[in-house]
Design a protein around this ligand. Structure first.
Ligand code: NAP
Ligand code: MG
Length: 494
């Protein structure tokens, strides 16, 4: 239990408990073992970029520079694809149980270095250490374990058919779950026998490059996995490379559409995991306290930088007053501040750019007439922070009800009937996830059939498992990650 002392000086930076209690700092102290400079990982080795260029990765919690990262130009991306193509034949020909051994080894090595990776992830991306320690890193390892288990059972992936690898796969991932998105992408591709060229997001490349050290320790054959770092241009080069058999992208709908336009007319296989604006729906017969915890988890987990965040709360009118009042009380005790502190609930916003986007959308909410509530909370002076925010009196036409904010901001709407809830929930171009809170099993079944979302959680939110496929409808993308379905997206069926 964190120790707390009473203070008469009111709220202090990031350590608020009501207005009365201040928590002692509880910093995580494990050494993240960062290097001052990271090169590209191509052909099993760290190599200087041919582009001759680098960029800085910073810590969003205090704006300090963490490391210098190589910037991959077109020649570097080309070299990565060549090394992956060279490795493909032998990797694909390995018996599945041999590939499985590598995946097990990778999972174990990641577990061995879990604390170090958690600290590195928190430093580079700003998420609370509690989340990187208890969610990101263990889930990343779990994905490798799960897919290790599949590697020697591929004849059961599509009974009666023969599943074969596609070749070299190009992958681009976002900054909200850097290591976990890397695991979601790599593990199924490798289990199936593909080779990979992957680009992490510009603001969060460090754990991918640390992960390359694990691949070396696991003695994964050179070229099976290659990491090229850089920004959007590097991403476009990875997605557009002529020798990619498939591209897998996770990121915004806008960039996903640009990639699809870029690849229109080619026979490239694609999967797209894009944005979301999930409805979290609370009925009057729901267990209200449990629902409030689920709402808080749904929108404030990872500062709301979650594609499937429950960012639109739909509350049944008879309980709206009660739910909103409990939510206001609950978010008063959320602690915002140093992500490395084990008591922190909301860490830093990932980048200055993202903070600007959140501020602009929040300002539009106020301008358009919604009512904003933020608890009293003094934010650290340096770094990028945003307080937990609730909006009531939101209508469906407000930008904050339609656009993905990707921050700790909840838009609250109400409804009277089940049909109205379904109609409002589906009134979005997205369709990634949804939540339903009710005591009635029959209502859960009906809602999960009628909600146009890839995943519908009932009386819970943000639950993940490697065996459970995740993905979207409509502008949230296509293709699945996790489970048998996720593996099939990396296979050619004969
Ligand atoms: P983003 O701007 O689309 O970036 C995603 C990745 O694409 C980054 O690595 C980015 O590089 C790269 N990129 C940028 N322009 C590119 C281009 N023209 N061609 C190829 N790659 C390009 O999205 P983000 O802001 O990082 O991430 C937030 C978005 O991801 C949200 O919309 C969220 O909903 C979505 N997301 C979806 C899922 C899902 O499973 N559906 C999961 C997580 C996140 P740089 O960052 O280096 O510029
Ligand atoms: Mg960073």
């Amino acid at each position: 239990m964190p120790s707390a002392r009473k203070t008469s000086s009111g709220p202090r930076s990031g350590l608020i408990f009501g207005d009365l209690w201040e928590f002692d700092p509880a910093p995580e102290t494990a050494d993240p073992k960062l290097k001052a400079r990271y090169d590209l990982f191509i052909g099993g080795r760290f190599v200087r970029p041919r582009s001759g260029r680098t960029f800085d990765s910073i810590n969003p919690a205090n704006e300090a520079k963490l490391a210098e990262i190589a910037l991959a130009g077109p020649a570097d991306v080309d070299a990565a694809y060549r090394s992956a193509a060279d490795a493909f034949k032998a990797w694909a020909a390995l018996p599945g149980r041999e590939r499985g051994k590598y995946l097990y080894r990778i999972a174990r090595l990641l577990q061995d270095r879990a604390r170090e990776f958690a600290v590195a992830e928190t430093l580079d991306g700003g998420k609370p250490i509690r989340e990187s320690r208890d969610f990101d890193v263990p889930m990343a390892a779990a994905h490798f374990f799960y897919h290790a288990g599949w590697a020697d059972k591929l004849e059961y992936v599509a009974p009666g058919r023969i599943a074969r690898p596609l070749g070299v796969v190009g992958q681009v991932i976002p900054w909200n779950f850097p290591l976990l998105m890397l695991a979601w992408k790599l593990a199924p591709a490798l289990a199936m026998g593909n080779c990979v060229v992957l680009k992490p997001a510009e603001t969060t490349s460090i754990t991918a490059l640390k992960f390359a050290e694990i691949l070396q320790d696991a003695e994964l054959p050179a070229g099976v996995v290659n990491f090229v770092t850089g920004a959007g241009e590097t991403g476009a080069a990875v997605m557009g490379h002529p020798s990619a058999a498939k591209v897998a992208f996770t990121g915004s709908t806008e960039v996903g559409k640009a990639i699809m336009r870029q690849l229109a007319g080619t026979d490239r296989k694609m999967t797209m995991e894009l944005g979301g604006k999930a409805a979290n729906i609370v009925f009057d017969d729901a267990p209200i306290d449990q629902a409030v915890e689920g709402i808080v988890n749904g929108i404030f987990f990872n500062q709301g930088h979650v594609c499937c965040a429950g960012s639109r709360l739909l509350v049944h009118e008879p309980v709206a007053g009660q739910v909103i009042s409990k939510l206001r009380n609950r978010i008063r005790v959320l602690r915002v501040g140093d992500p490395l502190d084990k008591n922190t609930d909301l860490g830093a916003i990932n980048s200055r750019e993202q903070l600007g986007r959140i501020r602009r959308l929040v300002a539009s909410g106020v301008r358009e007439g919604a009512l904003m509530y933020q608890p009293p909370c003094r934010l650290p002076e340096r770094g990028y922070y945003f307080p937990p925010t609730l909006f009531t009196r939101v209508t469906q036409s407000h930008r904050i009800a339609r656009e993905e904010i990707f921050g700790p901001v909840l838009s609250i709407l109400t409804f009277r009937t089940v049909d109205e809830a379904i109609e409002k929930a589906n009134n979005t171009p997205y369709g990634l996830s949804a939540g339903v809170w009710t005591d009635k099993g029959s209502r859960i079944l009906r809602m999960s059939t009628e909600l146009k979302a890839g995943v519908v959680w009932a009386n819970t939110f943000n639950k993940f498992d490697p065996s459970s496929p995740f993905g979207g409808y409509r502008e949230s993308g296509f293709g699945r990650e996790g489970g048998r379905q996720g593996l099939l997206d990396y296979a050619h069926l004969a």
